[in-house]
Write a protein that binds this ligand. Structure first.
Ligand code: COA
Length: 165
């Protein structure tokens, strides 16, 4: 059986980090297509606009031909259906991620029983990265080059010098 499988990798990506990219690269090897879905998520009061988060992801993932990036503001299961995907891909960094991820996967299954959630773990040296820690380090003028692609590091520097101006 040769069945094309598309996975949706959702998140806020404020901003995209090397940890996210590690999971996306793993997903792009496993699935025919990966759709990186950037949630508007106004409740998180993102630092970067939806358009900026999308642009940074497009630049950071340009090396992956079977990955595309979309922005969305509705229900995740509706987007999964819209793009013809069968799988939701999520990263599990530590045991502490599990409870929230279990809840999310169970609720998504309740909303649409056809969608399966698949979890991948990042390389261990990315397990401690989160977007909020990266934002905090950049806000305090610390070094973020190890945790994010260079386009993101530049955008963070610009954002905080603009805010400080
Ligand atoms: N490497 C580095 N960081 C990672 C990571 C990885 N592999 N995986 C997750 N993270 C971090 C993120 O950077 C983020 O950090 P922060 O909170 O410190 O900024 C944190 O883990 C979790 O964020 P994220 O993975 O972006 O998920 P989220 O909780 O912000 O978003 C959605 C979850 C978008 C999937 C969810 O809100 C959603 O589906 N929204 C659409 C509406 C909907 O359908 N709601 C019902 C869902 S049942």
């Amino acid at each position: 059986m040769n069945k094309a499988t598309t996975a949706v990798y959702p998140g806020t990506f404020d901003p995209i980090t090397n940890g996210h990219i590690d999971i996306i690269e793993r997903g792009a090897r496993l699935f025919n297509y990966v759709v990186v879905a950037i949630a508007e998520n106004p409740g998180k009061h993102p630092l970067f606009s939806l358009q900026q988060r999308r642009e940074l992801a497009v630049l950071a993932l340009a090396h992956l031909p079977n990955v595309r990036i979309v922005a969305f503001s509705g229900l995740l299961v509706d987007l999964v259906h819209e793009v013809g995907a069968q799988v939701i891909l999520r990263g599990l960094r530590a045991v502490s991620d599990f409870e929230y991820e279990f809840q999310l996967a169970s609720m998504n299954r309740r909303l649409d029983a056809r969608v399966e959630t698949v979890f991948l773990t990042p390389a261990e040296h990315y397990a401690f990265i989160s977007s909020s820690l990266v934002r905090e380090i950049a806000r305090l003028s610390g070094p973020v080059a190890e945790f994010v692609p260079s386009v993101v590091a530049t955008a963070l520097m610009a954002k905080f010098s603009e805010q400080g101006a």
